[in-house]
Structures are given as structure tokens and as C-alpha cells.
Design a binder for this molecule. Structure first.
Ligand code: ASP
Length: 438
């Protein structure tokens, strides 16, 4: 049996946190491969080490002195090493990194050093081997080369019974290359998939996912199990406890991910599984949403008989580099929902082009639309979810502007006016998770 455990930045912020990490690892002998982030914000540090390194790179790139910023990084690692009485020579590791920054190391190289150093610190503290991610993770034209990485991981880690590995980076043609921010989650996932781990444990500072945003719903229930597909629907709409790309290497191998809390390791956390037969107590798994969309509505009689209508419509958005979020349609009308960030600077131009290219009868547009995603694998088999959802919204006086149900039947997307966003989420949550449900 073997588990891969990844610890996020807040779990490595100071000596106290590292002690918790050690206790967690030692509590289960199957936790053999450990992936770490760079130290995050903690009691004594207000900044993430990765952000500080990025700043050092920027200053050095402009031939400006970066000593002051680097000193904050040095203090983080030195305090940890001193407080834990570590045997590693942290001063010389820090000095080497500083020299590399001074000598013009690349951005990716510089921002990867937070993980590089924290993995050495933890390895020394728990007596595991340190294995550099540069030898394990490979990129091809900036994209993870999963097969090559898996092959190398298997070859190299089979020589290490226990190891700590820095997250976030690997190499392309010998040069350090990083994932996008938060990418240590992906490193852990690639290692778990390569080593056929029994489970990938992702330790962070929350006890998994919550059914709804706690800033909107008071004390929302935790999500016990969620499928990979449901998570895609929810993460796409804005929940970001786990890097989106961490799902793919594991999904096909049916390796579950357990999101757990370093500060409350006894809590079960959220289990992400591929098997949709595992039931939750409630039909809905999660409710989430996103604000700031614009809806552009086109009307044209007999639109559906024009074979090239939809092609032309999407061409206007594509050629303006605008992603379409949803496109609900009627017989003679279609609405296109797009994020404000894309459309706002180009609205006038897009409206003109739609009029010219599609020769529509009328165009109107509406701002301040919010989208709410109601997600649950249980919906597929259960009747009445939509009716309960919309009744709950109606009771609260929420005007529904748009409805779309994915063909997988695990989600319903509801467009509402932004002023109703929070009210709508609370109404749906109360309907499915409110006290009358217990
Ligand atoms: N340290 C990197 C970041 O802050 C990667 C990670 O923590 O996953 O984005």
C-alpha cells in the first residue's frame, strides 16, 4: 500500500506547521511520497515565498537591488531550520539561490526555488530522501508530458522507499519549467498516477469542499464525496481548493483524491472519486456561481432554418477572441452569454458585426447577469430537482433569466440578475440542505 501526500503552502509556513506535517506523515506508514509547496502565508510571514521570489526576479531583471525582499525569504527558511534544529546547511542553499537570481536565472527557475528549498527542509526534518522534480516532471512546448513524466517517476522513485519532492516544476529541454500557479497539486497528482498510489491526499488549510460559499451561506455542510465530473462543473464556476489540472492524471486510473486539513487531520475532508455510484446523503452535491456576465439576445424570424446562422454567430465571437459561456435558444431567438471581462471592451464592435454578418431583426443586450451552477450526480435518477429549485427561487422572488441543463444531467445552470445572486444561492441551499432536511 502506498499513498502520495501533498502539503500546500500554509502547511509549510513555519516550524509549528511543519511539526503538524511530520505528525501526519508519521501517523501512516503508507505516506511514502510527499510533495510540497513553497511556504505560504503564516503567523509571522505575510507573503507567499513564491510571490517574493517573483519580485526578486523582477527587481534583478531591472538591475535593481533585491536584497531586502530576499531577506524576507531567508528569514522564513532560517527560522524554520533554527526552530527545528535541522542538520541541512540552509545558509548555503539560500546563498546559491541568491547567486542564481543575481546571475540572471529565468523567471520559472527563480519562482520554482520556493518548492526546491521547502522540500529539502522537510526531507531533512522527517528523514526522507529529497528527489528533485526536475528529474521527474517533463514538459513539451510548455505542456505537461504525462507519459514521459510517469515513466521517469516510476524509474527514479522505485529506488527511493520514501521521498520528499518539490511541487510546481519540472523541466523542458534541461531548463526548469513551472506549472501555472498552484501547480504543486498537479505534481502530486502526476506522482500518484505514475506510482499507482492507493490514494492521493491533498493537505491544505480547509477540511475539503463546502456545498456552498461560506461567505454567502452560513455554515454550509461539507461535501463528503464528489465525482471528478461534478468537480469539473463546480471548479469551472469558481471553486478553487484544488488546481483544475490535478484531476486528469488520476481520473482514468480511478485513484481517489482526498482533500484534507493539516490543522484538523482527523476530519474526513472531501473524497473525489470517479465512481458515481457512491451516494451522498443529499441529491445536490454543490451550488456555486459566478457574477459579471452579459447576455446578448438576437432575434430573427426563421433563424433555425438558416443553416449557417450558428456558424456565423460563433465566428463573430471567435474572431474577437471571446469565449461563449452558454447559448440558450428559442425558435426565433438566441442569447449568447459571455463574461464581462471579454465583452466589455469590445461590445460595440461585436454588436455591429453581429448585425452586419447575421442581418438579424433585432439585437438587445443585458448586463449584470450571474450564473449559478446547481450540481449533483443524484439528479440523474431523481425526479423533481428542477421543480424544487425553481419553486425555491420563485418563493424568494428571484427572476430566472436563463436555464440550461447539461446533457450529462448532473448540473443545471441558472442565470439570474446579479442583485439576486446571493439570495438565489441561499434559497437553493435552504431547499436542499436547510434544517427541514435533517
Ligand atoms: N508555490 C506555487 C504558488 O504559490 C505553487 C503551489 O503552491 O502550488 O502558486
Amino acid at each position: 500500500m502506498m499513498k502520495v501526500a501533498k502539503f500546500g503552502g500554509s502547511s509549510l509556513a513555519d516550524a509549528g506547521q511543519l511539526q503538524k506535517v511530520k505528525d501526519i506523515i508519521q501517523a501512516d506508514k503508507d505516506r511514502k511520497y510527499i510533495v510540497v509547496s513553497a511556504p505560504g502565508k503564516g503567523v509571522n510571514n505575510n507573503h507567499k515565498v513564491t510571490d517574493l521570489l517573483a519580485m526578486c526576479h523582477q527587481l534583478s531583471d531591472h538591475d535593481l537591488n533585491f536584497n531586502e525582499v530576499y531577506k524576507i525569504i531567508e528569514d522564513v527558511y532560517k527560522n524554520i531550520a533554527d526552530d527545528l534544529g535541522l542538520a541541512i546547511d540552509i545558509d548555503s542553499i539560500l546563498a546559491d539561490v541568491k547567486e542564481e537570481i543575481t546571475n540572471g536565472a529565468s523567471y520559472d527557475f527563480v519562482i520554482s526555488r520556493g518548492e526546491f528549498m521547502s522540500a529539502q527542509v522537510l526531507a531533512s526534518f522527517i528523514g526522507y530522501d529529497f528527489v528533485d522534480a526536475k528529474d521527474l516532471i517533463f514538459f513539451n512546448e510548455g505542456i505537461l508530458n504525462l507519459e514521459k513524466s510517469q515513466e521517469n517517476i516510476k524509474n527514479i522513485l522505485s529506488n527511493h522507499d520514501r521521498a520528499v519532492i518539490p511541487g510546481f516544476y519540472g523541466q523542458e529541454d534541461g531548463d526548469v519549467k513551472t506549472f501555472s500557479r498552484g501547480g504543486s497539486d498537479v505534481t502530486g497528482s502526476v506522482i500518484a498516477s505514475a506510482m499507482d498510489a492507493q490514494i492521493y491526499e491533498n493537505f491544505t488549510d480547509v477540511s475539503g469542499f463546502l456545498v456552498a460559499d461560506p461567505r454567502i451561506v452560513k455554515n454550509p455542510c461539507p461535501i463528503e464525496t464528489i465525482t471528478y465530473k461534478e468537480l469539473r462543473e463546480l471548479s469551472y464556476m469558481g471553486a478553487n481548493v484544488l488546481h483544475e489540472e490535478a484531476i486528469f492524471p488520476l481520473r482514468d486510473k480511478n485513484i481517489p483524491i482526498n482533500i484534507k486539513n493539516t490543522n484538523a487531520p482527523a476530519k474526513a475532508g472531501t473524497l473525489i472519486v470517479s465512481n458515481s455510484d457512491i451516494k451522498n446523503k443529499r441529491i445536490l452535491t454543490g451550488i456555486t456561481g459566478k457574477k459579471d456576465f452579459t447576455s446578448i439576445t438576437l432575434e430573427k424570424v426563421n433563424m433555425n432554418n438558416e443553416k449557417d446562422f450558428f456558424r456565423k454567430l460563433t465566428t463573430v465571437f471567435e474572431s474577437n477572441d471571446i469565449s461563449i459561456e452558454h447559448m440558450p435558444s428559442g425558435i426565433d431567438t438566441v442569447s449568447v452569454l459571455v463574461a464581462d471581462s471579454y465583452i466589455t471592451p469590445k461590445l460595440k464592435k461585436v454588436l455591429e458585426e453581429l448585425q452586419i454578418y447575421l442581418n438579424v431583426d433585432s439585437i438587445s443586450w443585458e448586463r449584470d447577469i450571474s450564473l449559478i451552477a446547481v450540481v449533483g450526480r443524484g439528479m440523474k435518477k431523481e425526479k423533481g430537482v428542477a421543480s424544487r429549485t425553481f419553486t425555491a427561487l420563485a418563493k424568494e422572488g428571484v427572476n430566472v433569466k436563463m436555464i440550461s441543463q447539461g446533457s450529462s444531467e448532473i448540473n443545471i445552470i441558472i442565470g439570474v440578475e446579479t442583485c439576486d445572486f446571493e439570495k438565489a444561492i441561499r434559497a437553493i441551499y435552504d431547499e436542499f440542505y436547510g434544517s427541514k432536511q435533517d
